[in-house]
Design a protein around this ligand. Sequence first.
Ligand code: G6Q
Length: 542
Amino acid sequence: MHAPHLTQLPAWKALEANRDQIARTTLRELFAADPTRGERMAVEGAGLYLDYSKNRANNETLSLLVQLAQQSGVEAHRDAMFAGQKINVTEDRAVLHVALRAPEGSIILLDGVDVVPAVHKVLKSMGAFADGIRSGTWKGGSGKRIRNIVNVGIGGSDLGPVMAYEALRHYTDSSLTFRFVSNVDGTDFAEAVAGLDPAETLFIISSKTFVTLETMTNAQTAREWILAGLGGDTSVVARHFVAVSTNAAKVAEFGIDTTNMFGFWDWVGGRYSMESAIGLSTMIAIGPRHFADLLGGFHAMDEHFRSAPLERNLPVILGLLGVWYSNFFKSQSIAVLPYEQYLKRFPAYLQQLTMESNGKSTRLDGTHVTYNTGSIYWGEPGTNGQHSFYQLIHQGTHLIPCDFIGFNKALNQLGHHHDYLISNIFAQAEALAFGKTASQVKAEGTPDWLTPHRVFEGNRPSNVIMADVLNPATLGSLVALYEHAVFTQGAIWGINCFDQWGVELGKQLAQNIISELESVTQPTLAHDSSTNTLIQRYRSRR
Ligand code: G6Q
């Protein structure tokens, strides 16, 4: 039997009516009518405080959104994920990233087997290796200490490690240099190794499948670079390469000793893997203890997601508000604006998490959706964006809900910087919500002709997410907050958050085109006229 269609659910219908009512009111009016709104519409959990009061929503909206979650089976779907059911149906896989951060001794069964001991076994071997690099006992082939760590990976095998390294830089061992190579563009590799001594360099080849074109190409180039730097001595290559993968056979085929391989499992999706062995570079950078704190933060949010009532559940609320704007206000995008320089790569990380997970238009039952799904996520660290694209958010024609992220304590306490920084979060959220009316603008002595240009309509929604300080635990909570918000949305939309078939076609077509570009003789081209011409032009001009 087919589940009732999302748009036919009673809560959906009621939300449409509620939207019509909300559309006639403003955040100014909503706040004026309820002096406690700012305290009431906030929720705290796993070290994070979410103020969602500046959303175009009233009490009824929130309760209807929660009903929508219930009527579309979010809780049952969540429990199925935690129970190791194969909810990634198009790949016939369980989705158990929550097991990666389950404390030792807890039990998560997959096909009747507890996966937690295997997770901790890998964590221990990662820890021993990380300690070896950090203490200098693991040496390169020529006996020199490893000082440079280069992670080679792409997508989920890159974005998490890069983001976490930048986010936790304050906690890293500054005697070690970390670089990241992802793009198949040779410039990425060339610049990543510029200035590095091969004798002191370790490559972590991070690839779940170990067949990814970009990563295998970069890994091969890395091998040649090490060999050239170490006088062609193949016997020492092993000291400069480790692998993170689920594919031992391919790792061995590449020439990496599988004793230097850190494994994970097919139930870990690439974009959900930063706390698996894919986080090896993170663990080397911050040390095993801090890595354990990171896992602790993730786990705290997992527990909150699993046990908090939906109306007090941070990821559920965040996810539901995304559904609210996407489906009931036809909003297309969400800006994520961390007011924390260390989170400068967080928006890029979130783009994959959100858009690769929920950028789907086929429902689990194979039918095409009749409503919007995943939003376009984007952002920059504050306050830089304020001097650039915030103009459009404040006065443009698009409705762009914003997530502001800030921390009560600075990691680099310098003069007034932090108060200035945080004042801008509060001010931006205030300006977006309440704007500035024509009479306020006029009262400042603005001439009539200029007044309309200086009016801020307001009524633009935002969330403010605050934590005490950016540390491994709060980073883990923050990432898990968005993971579960994405999950909540996917469950409501009835799509599979955990596959990514949309990345396949381009990859396949590139394989054909590679041989056409590299063919010594003139290839017979059978593409469309545009692709044929582009290939011919490139061949004759490169
Ligand atoms: C993530 C995707 C994708 C993947 C990369 C790298 O969810 O599956 O971004 O992480 O394509 O894949 P490998 O780790 O297999 O090289």
